[in-house]
Design a protein around this ligand. Structure first.
Ligand code: ADP
Ligand code: MG
Ligand code: MG
Length: 251
């Protein structure tokens, strides 16, 4: 699914190198957790995967489903199934959630060279996905995120993710600031999306989310490099002992 080789990247504006020779492989169907102290470059990595233009890759490769995607812009990557979940959902007054979802789907279809989805087909898709994710259909008539509770915002986001049928979901600290109920919504949503041809990169600062989304692999990112890779037990080890030992070992 994803193979990142010797990636070096810097902030376009001032040239500061943030990613410094990062190697990471994620298999089809794998859920990979990326953990690491604040300022390690976790968010930067997610932005670079999504194709944000504020960063420059100076060396290395990102191979996604056999293709080097560094040549593609953000919209082209999204069309190919790369989905980056927003950490802070935007409120869109005056646009019903349903309408927003329809535009999102049709934009993606357009980028793929496919025709617009008919209204009945769209409605059927939304009904199926919301039933599967236990989302109240009535919520979708309200303006996107306006006055939504934390849990409702998360449901709307997970629904959007499900409808776009991504191949690689990148979730950057989606758990930050969530109470336990909202955390479970996110986890149930991600778990429902698990599939042999879909991979998930869960970026998190805390082990807590990984009790609900049990990862296949855990990678520690520190100062722009992956310094340790292990199984789900690595997250528990980090929770118990902190990052200091692993950072010491790597040094
Ligand atoms: P993390 O998500 O692991 O906390 P970030 O990717 O947000 O780390 O940041 C990594 C480092 O890069 C930090 O030192 C941060 O201050 C710096 N950084 C990231 N983006 C920018 C930017 N646009 N301008 C200046 N510094 C940045
Ligand atoms: Mg941070
Ligand atoms: Mg971050």
């Amino acid at each position: 699914m994803l193979e990142i080789k010797n990636l070096h990247a810097r902030i376009a504006e001032d040239g500061t190198e943030i990613i410094k020779g990062l190697n990471l492989t994620i298999q089809d169907g794998e859920v990979a957790a990326i953990m690491g102290p604040n300022g390690s470059g976790k968010s930067t990595l997610s932005y670079i995967l999504a194709g944000r233009e504020d960063y420059e890759v100076t060396e290395g490769e990102i191979i996604y489903n056999g293709e080097n995607i560094l040549e593609l812009d953000a919209a082209e990557r999204a069309a190919k199934g790369v989905f980056l979940a927003f950490q802070y959902p935007v409120e869109i007054p005056g646009v019903a959630t349903m309408q927003f979802l329809k535009v999102a789907i049709n934009e993606q279809r357009k980028a793929r060279g496919e025709g617009e989805l008919s209204t009945p087909d769209f409605m059927r898709k939304v009904k199926e996905a919301s039933a599967e994710l236990k989302i109240d259909y009535e919520m979708l008539k309200r303006p996107l995120n306006v006055g939504f509770s934390g849990g409702e915002k998360k449901r709307a986001e997970i629904l959007q993710m499900a409808l776009l049928e991504p191949k690689l979901c990148v979730m950057d600290e989606t758990d930050s600031g969530l109470d336990i109920d909202a955390l479970k919504i996110v986890a149930d949503g991600v778990n429902a999306l698990r599939a042999p041809d879909r991979s998930v990169m869960v970026i998190t600062h805390y082990q807590r989310l990984l009790d609900y989304i049990v990862p296949d692999t855990v990678h520690v990112l520190y100062k722009g490099q992956i310094i340790k890779t292990g199984g789900k037990e690595l997250a528990h080890e980090l929770e118990a002992n902190g990052y200091a030992d692993i950072i010491g070992e790597a040094a």
